[in-house]
Design a binder for this molecule. Structure first.
Ligand code: GDP
Ligand code: MN
Length: 429
């Protein structure tokens, strides 16, 4: 898969490769609602999961106040951004590390450097090159960690339900562990009707390397995390590291929860926490029409259905020497007005020099797409070349609509042909 600087796309590809690495586990690559660590930890706390005491702050003075209130012998400052790898990240100021442990006396020094409200950006392996603006820091009571493990629960397609994945090798890149030492990745398939059984939770705890009384404590945390997973309609709950302290406590030191979009109607409180400020405004606009938009760096706009097809389209454009400007994923039950909104969004990006429509109509009716396209072309007075490849349900009717429209639309027979034509359609500079 190609490397792509875009954060969302990287997250998607990372997620795909992680789950592929984990013994062929597969999970839906979609990632829409994403909460900050402090929000996820609040949910955990409310469900009896052990997390450190913490506050959030957006300025040095507020953070200092929080640090005092914590009355801890050491505190940890954590930049809140919607991406992992913060520990090894770098601020645009040159300061290394989005996670800082500090004793009282030098709190102020760290805080001055970390003053946020979007004034500093943090770049990690999972962010775009220019980084993500940090608006808030978590100020938490630092605890000593004697061992870091990895634990996650994910909705897994190949198992038709939730799966627990864990490794005694935590705190680090789990992809790395999965590829170099796959024997250190443990998996427990959960029966959705039965829930996590005691023997499963204990076995996972033992596999994670928790010993003696810690084994039972870890098993209890695992069960509570599963209760949370169900309660909030999560598709993934990831704790890296799930650590143990020298005092004998099992603690979730980091938290990442992804949610099922389809549950929005019954998870109003969770979705209300959605922080769209970090998203591309076009992504937010697209979401209003139930469309998924991902901005990229190139000049070919891609209009596709399904994340898999989006990635295949990206790869084939790349193969033919082009670069995608963005993706717009139409999803399933599409309506004509969505197609119109989609075109409006795609062409709002000044980088776009050609549009490639690549729709495989399974659930989607190609004729609806064709009608939407012709309407959009006329009303938006489309200025850039448009290449269309439609396949599947009602495709003959769709082709007739396009060819009888009298519009300058280039038809393509398959994905390869479409990509070639889109690349060729870009004016030579
Ligand atoms: P990430 O880098 O974005 O995944 O952020 P994490 O929250 O996982 O923090 C990165 C690393 O910082 C962890 O793997 C720990 O090694 C370390 N860390 C985080 N919080 C604490 C803490 O309270 N005490 C200690 N000793 N280390 C911590
Ligand atoms: Mn982490």
């Amino acid at each position: 898969m190609m490397e792509c600087p875009n954060c969302l796309f990287r997250l998607k590809s990372v997620l795909l490769s992680v789950t592929r690495g984990l013994h062929g586990l597969e999970v839906s690559p979609r990632r829409w609602l994403n909460l900050q660590e402090y929000q996820s930890k609040k949910l955990m706390q409310d469900n009896g999961v052990t997390v450190q005491r913490f506050f959030v702050a957006d300025s040095a003075s507020e953070a200092l106040e929080a640090a005092k209130r914590l009355k801890a012998k050491e505190i940890v400052l954590k930049a809140q951004i919607l991406a992992g790898g913060r520990g090894k990240g770098v601020f645009d100021s040159g300061l290394k590390g989005g996670v800082h442990l500090t004793k009282d006396f030098d709190v102020q020094v760290h805080l001055n450097k970390l003053e946020c409200r979007g004034k500093v950006s943090l770049t990690t392996k999972q962010t775009p090159k220019e980084g993500v603006k940090v608006k808030m820091v978590m100020v938490a009571e630092a605890l000593d960690i004697s061992r870091e493990t990895y634990f996650a629960i994910l909705m897994d397609r190949s198992c038709n339900g939730p799966v627990m994945v864990g490794s005694p090798q935590g705190g680090v890149d789990i992809e790395e562990v999965a590829s170099t030492t796959p024997e250190l990745i443990f998996k427990e398939v959960i029966d959705i009707f039965e829930g996590v059984r005691d023997d499963q939770a204990l076995r996972m705890a033992a596999n994670l390397g928790f010993k003696g009384p810690l084994e039972r404590q870890a098993a209890d945390q695992i069960k509570r995390l599963y209760d949370l997973f169900l309660k909030v309609d999560a598709t993934q709950v990831e704790v890296n590291p799930l650590g143990e302290t020298p005092e004998g406590q099992v603690v979730c030191f980091d938290a990442k929860i992804n949610f099922d979009d389809n549950a929005e109607f019954r998870q109003k409180a969770v979705f209300a926490m959605d922080d769209t400020a970090e998203s591309d405004p076009l992504e937010t606009e697209a979401a209003k029409y139930d469309l998924k938009y991902i901005g990229l760096d190139g000049n070919i706009a891609c209009f596709v259905n399904g994340a898999g097809l989006a990635m295949a389209t990206c790869d084939i454009i790349d193969l033919h020497g082009g670069k995608p400007a963005n993706f717009l994923d139409l999803g399933g039950g599409v309506k004509e007005n969505q197609v119109y909104a989609a075109f409006k969004l795609l062409t709002a990006d000044p980088k776009v020099e050609a549009i490639l429509v690549n729709i495989f109509g399974g659930i989607v009716n190609c004729a609806i797409i064709a009608n939407g396209i012709t309407k959009a072309c006329r009303e938006l007075e489309l200025k850039v070349p448009l290449v269309v490849r439609l396949e599947g349900t009602n495709v003959q009717e769709a082709k007739r609509i396009l060819s009888e429209s009298g519009l300058p639309i280039t038809s393509a027979t398959d994905l390869d042909d479409a990509a070639k034509k889109a690349v060729a359609a870009i004016p030579k500079k």
